[in-house]
Design a protein around this ligand. Structure first.
Ligand code: HEC
Length: 335
C-alpha cells in the first residue's frame, strides 16, 4: 500500500488518498513542520555569529576549502605545516572554495552552503514524495520535518556534508521514477549522476544504488537495473580517480622551475646544465623524496650520499606551498 494511504487512511477504512485526508493528522503534521522551522530559525539566530562552526569537523572542511580557494587541492600527507592527511570527499569544500573565490567570507560561504543544502534536502524529499503521488498538502509538511530532526538541531551550526549528500542522493529517486514512468533512459542517467555527485560529497551515499536497483528489478526492468548500477559505479570510479588540476600543476611547475632557474644546475630534455639531468626523476623517486630534495636538500643529499658540487641550495623550502606542489608534480611528470 502506498505510504500516503497508510498515513491518511480514515478510521472507517475508507481510502482517503484522493480527498483532503484526515484533518487531525494533517493539522498535527503542519504543527510539527511550523514548530520545526520556527525552532530552526530561533536556533540559528541564537548561535549567530559567534558559535557557528565552532567544532573540529567544521574547521577541517573550511581549511580544505581555504586551501583549494588558494590553488591547493588537498595538502600533502606530510608537509612543512604538519599532518594534512584528511581526504574528505571534495564536492562540499569545492563549492565552499568557489564561493570564497567569488568574494564570500569563508564562514559566510559555509553557512550559506550548509543552510542551502538543508533546504535542498527538504526540496529533494518533497520531490521524492510527489513522485510517489503523495498529495501536496501532505508532502510539504513531511518534507519540512527535515528541520525538526535532532540531527539538524545538533549540526545546524556546523559545516557538515550530510545534508548535501542526502539532497543529491534523494533527488535520484524522483529522477529514476520519472525514467520508468516515461520510458526515458536519460532520466535514469540523471539519477545515476545524482548518486555520483552525492558520493563525491560523502562516499557512503553510494548505498543509494541498492534500493534503487532493487526497485528497478521489481519494476521488471532488470536490464535498466544492471546498467544503472554498473554505469553509476563506473562514473564514480572515473570521477574519484581524476585529480583535477594535476596536469595544470605540472605545467605550472615547469614555470616555477624556469623562474627559480633550476636549469643552472639541472638538465631536462637536453636543456640546461648537463651535470645533473632530471629526465626520468619521476620514475626514479617518489613524490615525497622529490619534495624532500627541494625542501631539505642537505638531508636528501646525505641520504643519497650525493657529493656533487655545487650542492643543491636549501632556499627553496620557503617557496609558497602551491609552488612546491606544482614543482613536485612537474618532477613527477618527468618519466
Ligand atoms: C646550485 C645547483 C642546483 C640548483 C640551483 C638546483 N639543484 Fe637540484 N640538485 C643539485 C645537485 C648537486 C643534486 C644532486 C644530484 C646527484 O647527486 O645526482 C640535486 C638533486 C636534485 C634532485 C634529485 C635528483 C635525483 O636524480 O636524485 C631534484 C628532484 C632536484 N635537484 C630538483 C631541483 C629543483 C626543482 C631545483 C629548482 C627549484 C633545483 N633542483 C635547483 C643542484 C642544484
Amino acid at each position: 500500500m502506498p505510504i500516503h494511504q497508510v498515513l491518511i487512511q480514515r478510521r472507517d477504512g475508507h481510502d482517503a488518498s484522493s480527498g483532503p485526508g484526515d484533518p487531525w493528522l494533517l493539522a498535527a503534521l503542519w504543527t510539527l513542520a511550523i514548530v520545526a522551522v520556527a525552532a530552526a530559525v530561533r536556533l540559528l539566530v541564537w548561535y549567530w555569529p559567534g558559535r557557528v562552526f565552532d567544532g573540529v569537523t567544521s574547521h577541517i572542511w573550511t581549511a580544505l576549502a581555504w586551501d583549494l580557494a588558494h590553488g591547493h587541492f588537498y595538502r600533502p600527507l606530510l608537509g612543512p605545516d604538519g599532518y594534512g592527511g584528511t581526504r574528505y570527499m571534495p564536492l562540499l569544500f569545492g563549492i565552499q572554495a568557489l564561493l570564497m573565490r567569488l568574494g564570500f567570507d569563508p564562514i559566510d560561504a559555509g553557512v550559506l552552503l550548509m543552510q542551502g543544502s538543508v533546504l535542498a534536502a527538504a526540496a529533494a524529499l518533497y520531490a521524492a514524495l510527489r513522485a510517489h503521488q503523495v498529495p501536496r498538502g501532505l508532502a510539504v509538511p513531511l518534507a519540512l520535518t527535515v528541520f525538526g530532526t535532532v540531527i539538524y538541531q545538533q549540526y545546524c551550526t556546523d559545516l557538515d556534508p550530510d545534508y548535501l549528500a542526502f539532497a543529491l542522493a534523494m533527488s535520484s529517486v524522483p529522477l529514476a521514477v520519472r525514467s520508468v514512468r516515461h520510458h526515458q533512459s536519460g532520466w535514469l542517467f540523471a539519477a545515476g549522476l545524482a548518486v555520483v555527485l552525492a558520493a563525491l560529497t560523502k562516499v557512503t551515499a553510494l548505498a543509494y544504488l541498492v534500493p534503487l536497483a532493487w526497485w528497478l528489478l521489481t519494476s521488471a526492468r532488470p536490464r535498466a537495473a544492471a546498467w544503472f548500477v554498473m554505469g553509476t559505479l563506473a562514473l564514480f570510479t572515473l570521477a574519484a580517480g581524476v585529480r583535477p588540476g594535476f596536469a595544470q600543476d605540472a605545467k605550472k611547475g615547469e614555470a616555477v622551475y624556469t623562474a627559480q632557474k633550476c636549469s643552472l644546475c639541472h638538465q631536462v630534455a637536453g636543456k640546461g646544465n648537463k651535470t645533473n639531468p632530471l629526465d626520468g626523476v619521476g620514475a626514479k623517486l617518489s613524490a615525497e623524496d622529490i619534495r624532500q630534495w627541494i625542501t631539505h636538500p642537505v638531508e636528501a643529499a646525505a641520504k643519497a650520499k650525493s657529493t656533487k658540487k655545487p650542492p643543491m641550495p636549501a632556499k627553496y623550502g620557503s617557496l609558497p606551498a602551491a609552488d612546491l606542489d606544482a614543482l613536485v608534480a612537474y618532477m613527477q611528470s618527468l618519466k
